[in-house]
Design a protein around this ligand. Structure first.
Ligand code: PGA
Length: 256
C-alpha cells in the first residue's frame, strides 16, 4: 500500500502560542486515531513557519506526527543572508521540506532550475521533499495542463537518480485552486495524478511509478477531501487554509 500523507502547510500564519496549541491538538488527534491511521498507512505532517519549527517539534516529539519546513535554500551554508539550509532543518529533527510551491515560484520568482537544485539539496541532507507542481488558470484554459506539469516535473527532477527520486513526495497543486475555494474536481485531479504516475514510470521505473505518493493540494477541506482521496492515484493532501484548525485537518486525515 502506498503511504498516504496529509500535510498541513501553515504558510505565514499563526503566532508561537497558536502554533504550539495547534500542534498539540493534532498530536492528540493522531493518538486518538492511531490504529486507524496505522491500518490505512496515513501519516500526518505539519509545516509551520520556520521560526516555529522547533516549538512544533517539541510538541510532536514521541508521536507519529512529522514536521516539515516550507522552504530551504540549496546551499548547505554560507553568505546567504536571510536563508536557511536543509542541513539546518535536518539538524532540528524535521523530516520534510516543501519545495516548488506555486507561491515560491510566483511571489519569489523561483525557477525550475532553482527548484531542481533545492530538491537535490533536500535529499542530500537526508530529508524528504514535497515537490509541488501545478498549472495556472490561463494554462489550464489554453489546454496546456499536461505539458506544463510534465515540464515542471522533468526540469525539477533533472539529474536526480532513482535512489534520490525515491525520497520525493509529489504534490499536484493547480494554482487556480490554491486559497481560492475552487477545488479541482476529483476527475481533473485524478487525470493529472495518473499522468504524473506514468511520467515517473517513463523517467524512472515501474517500482517508483507504483510506490511514490502523489498528494493533491488546492482548497482541500473536510467536505471535499473524501471524494478526492478516494481516487486511485491520489495518495493524500497538501492542505493550506483548512490545516490551521485541528478539527478540519483531522477530519481530512480521517477521510483518507
Ligand atoms: P489551500 O492551500 O488549501 O489554502 O488552497 C494549499 C497549498 O497552498 O498548499
Amino acid at each position: 500500500m502506498r503511504q498516504k500523507i496529509i500535510a498541513g502547510n501553515w504558510k505565514m500564519n499563526l503566532n508561537r502560542q497558536q502554533a504550539v496549541d495547534l500542534a498539540s491538538q493534532v498530536v492528540h488527534g493522531a493518538v486518538a486515531h492511531a490504529d486507524t491511521f496505522a491500518r490505512r498507512s496515513i501519516s500526518l505532517v505539519l509545516c509551520p513557519p520556520a521560526l516555529y519549527l522547533e516549538a512544533v517539534l517539541n510538541q510532536t516529539k514521541g508521536s507519529d506526527v512529522a514536521v516539515g519546513a516550507q522552504n530551504a535554500y540549496f546551499q548547505p551554508a554560507g553568505a546567504f543572508t536571510g536563508e536557511i539550509s536543509s542541513e539546518m532543518i535536518a539538524d532540528l529533527g524535521c523530516t520534510y521540506v516543501i519545495i516548488g510551491h506555486s507561491e515560491r515560484r510566483q511571489v519569489f520568482g523561483e525557477s525550475d532550475q532553482m527548484i531542481n537544485q533545492k530538491l537535490a539539496a533536500v535529499i542530500a541532507a537526508g530529508l524528504q521533499p514535497i515537490f509541488c507542481v501545478g498549472e495556472t488558470l490561463a494554462e489550464r484554459e489554453a489546454g496546456e495542463t499536461a505539458q506544463v506539469i510534465e515540464h515542471q516535473f522533468r526540469e525539477g527532477t533533472k539529474a536526480l537518480n532513482a535512489e534520490d527520486f525515491s525520497k520525493i513526495v509529489i504534490a499536484y497543486e493547480p494554482v487556480w485552486a490554491i486559497g481560492t475555494g475552487k477545488v479541482a474536481t476529483p476527475n481533473q485531479a485524478e487525470t493529472v495524478h495518473s499522468d504524473l504516475r506514468k511520467l515517473i514510470g517513463s523517467c524512472y521505473n515501474s517500482s517508483l511509478e507504483n510506490s511514490v505518493s502523489i498528494l493533491y493540494g488546492g482548497s482541500v477541506n473536510s467536505a471535499n477531501a473524501a471524494e478526492l482521496l478516494a481516487q486511485p492515484n491520489i495518495d493524500g493532501a497538501l492542505v493550506g487554509g483548512a490545516s490551521l484548525k485541528a478539527d478540519s485537518f483531522m477530519a481530512i486525515a480521517a477521510s483518507a
